[in-house]
Design a binder for this molecule. Structure first.
Ligand SMILES: Nc1ncnc2c1ncn2[C@@H]1O[C@H](COP(=O)(O)OP(=O)(O)O)[C@@H](O)[C@H]1O
Ligand SMILES: [Mg+2]
Length: 200
């Protein structure tokens, strides 16, 4: 039996940081962001559908998706964001479960499902355990602005587009507090890994 461990949090709360620590501990990760980029590779069904919906300017001359252009287009426009989700979510979902199935066939005891919109897209319903990485609102805003070079307004708009982090924390089975140093986060991840290994 393979257990599915959902890993989620807010935007810039530290999901990738925690997911990298779990990978270093030897746990297999299915990374939704990475899968999304794979699904949106040049010439893909996804890109053709996106170009039809949002115009050819969202494709770069080299055939890759212009993420900045697409991001600007949808974050100002709820209907456009819904259309983007309607196109992408089924394709991403299929690719994610395909990746999970491949790992299940290898009989690994645990698979980490690193999905930013885990609750919003209801992946939690298929998880045996959900881990939420949390930070304070101030830290989230500061780290998002620094990482993505967003203004405070741009960062706030992206945070507001997701389910409140406090709600994710309330629904979590395990919470990792990433507000302090990386060392403190590393200690919490080590505890989680031990917990997962003891349960196998
Ligand atoms: N404990 C921490 N201390 C300082 N910076 C951190 C810490 N955790 C993450 N970061 C930084 O904050 C940003 C967001 O972290 P990341 O793991 O990319 O978040 P997510 O994957 O949730 O969007 C990154 O630039 C990362 O290097
Ligand atoms: Mg990330």
């Amino acid at each position: 039996m393979t257990r599915i461990i959902g890993l989620t949090g807010g935007i810039a709360s530290g999901k990738s940081t925690v997911s990298n620590l779990l990978r270093q501990a030897g746990l297999p990760i299915v990374d939704a962001d990475q899968i999304t980029r794979q699904v949106q590779r040049p010439g893909s069904t996804a890109l053709n559908k996106l170009a039809a919906a949002f115009g050819n300017q969202i494709i770069q001359p080299d055939g890759n998706l212009n993420r900045v252009q697409l991001g600007k287009r949808v974050f100002a426009d709820t209907a456009a964001r819904q259309e983007l989700n309607q196109i992408m979510q089924p394709l991403i979902r299929d690719a994610i479960w395909q990746a999970v199935d491949t790992l299940k066939k290898q009989n690994v005891p645990n698979v980490i499902l690193d999905v930013p919109l885990l609750y919003e897209q209801h992946y939690d319903e298929d998880c045996d355990l959900v881990v939420v990485v949390t930070v304070s609102p101030e830290t989230e805003l500061r780290r998002l602005m620094a990482r993505n070079h967003y203004s405070a307004a741009e960062a706030r708009a992206r945070i507001a587009a997701q389910m409140p982090l406090s709600e994710k924390v309330a629904r979590a089975d395990v919470v990792i507090d990433n507000d302090a140093s990386l060392e403190q986060t590393r200690r919490q991840v080590a505890q989680l890994v031990e917990h997962l290994q003891n349960k196998r």
